[in-house]
Design a protein around this ligand. Structure first.
Ligand code: GYE
Length: 347
């Protein structure tokens, strides 16, 4: 009987008190979870001692850009001591400005910016400076009067790349005994306002300016993409039937341009009617250099993540850094491109 009573007693407790206790436990757990959640996100870096880096990548227009993004993702891993916040701006400066403001609000330790265009950065860079966050430029440069608005640049010397293209053409024509012939040139330019485009245009123009017989028929923006490269090249081919040289400011536009030229019935490369000068030297383009489709490719090195990490490490240890770091770059023609080089290209 006692046992029975006890059972009745137990079941009363179970029916009335237990749900109340359970309810309280759930509420407490939920509340605790909420608290820890709130605290967890912003404190990742402090808890793990990671360096928080906000990267504003300008877009994903080319094979080169994909490789550049991969190099950033490989450099800024947790194993390497970083917490990476990555944003792809899809070619829009306003998206990059938004991303930077977001990084500032999150109080990141460093901002890395690959600026889509050169101008219009003063305000947001000043905001980063006021917040005490160092900004490191990646790949392209910015045009600002106050150089203290950014800490360092890791990128490529695009004026030098353009100049290299011009010097190569000079030598090539000399070897063919064509130094004094009239040479008709068209230029497929990259994104309007981008430092890589401006630099390559300037560098090549300087050399072209030294040759009265080099005739630049037209230069047009083609956004560094295959699609635009093909479209603009088709327009050039409709207007001019005496094009000798195409200077295409990246490999993607070159791929498009070669398609357009072939569709028009003309031939390209070492044994063709139109000489092709390209920039970047990605894997597929180097294969075309080896087979003589592209005459020369001016290398542009996208592996910049590691260099930026080195700069950050110097800053972390309180050392001085240089204002500009340029990555090493080569020039590839049929004569010096080897299967080893092609196989070794991971982009
Ligand atoms: O050549 C092109 C890319 O800024 C150097 O941008 C970079 C250029 C590169 O989209 O392929």
């Amino acid at each position: 009987m006692k046992k029975y009573m006890a059972n009745v007693h137990m079941s009363r407790i179970t029916m009335v008190l237990l749900p109340a206790i359970l309810f309280m436990m759930v509420m407490m757990g939920w509340g605790f979870g909420l608290l820890t959640n709130i605290e967890e996100e912003p404190y990742i870096s402090e808890e793990d001692n990671l360096i928080v880096v906000g990267v504003s990548q300008l877009g994903s227009e080319s094979g080169w850009r994909t490789a550049n993004t991969e190099s950033v993702q490989k450099a800024f891993t947790k194993q390497n001591g970083y917490f990476l916040i990555f944003n792809n701006a899809r070619q829009k400066q306003e998206n990059q400005i938004k991303a930077i403001r977001n990084f500032i609000a999150q109080r990141v330790d460093y901002i890395v910016l690959a600026p889509v265009v050169e101008s219009g950065w003063e305000t947001v860079l000043q905001e980063a400076k006021d917040a005490g966050i160092p900004v490191i430029m990646m790949d392209r440069s910015v045009d600002v009067a106050d150089q203290s608005l950014y800490t360092a640049l890791v990128g490529t010397d695009s004026v030098e790349e353009g100049r290299k293209a011009g010097r190569w053409l000079e030598e090539y024509l000399a070897k063919k005994g064509k130094s004094d012939e009239d040479i008709n040139i068209v230029v497929l330019k990259g994104t309007e306002g981008a430092s890589a485009q401006i630099g390559r245009t300037v560098g090549f123009s300087v050399v072209a300016g030294e040759h009265d017989n080099w005739n630049i028929l037209e230069q047009e923006y083609a956004d560094f993409t295959i699609y635009k490269g093909k479209e603009v090249m088709s327009e050039f081919l409709e207007k001019y039937d005496d094009i000798d040289v195409v200077v295409s400011q990246n490999d993607d536009m070159t791929f498009g341009a070669i398609e357009a030229i072939r569709e028009s019935g003309k031939t390209v490369g070492v044994n063709g009617e139109i000489t092709i000068i390209s920039f970047d030297a990605v894997h597929d383009a180097l294969e075309m250099v080896a087979e003589g489709t592209i005459n020369v490719d001016i290398e542009c090195n996208p592996h910049q993540g590691e260099y930026i990490s080195d700069v950050i490490r110097l800053l972390e240890s309180g050392q001085e850094v240089e204002k500009r770091y340029y990555v090493e770059e080569d020039i590839f023609t049929m004569e010096n491109v080897t299967q080893d080089i092609i196989n070794g290209r991971d982009y």
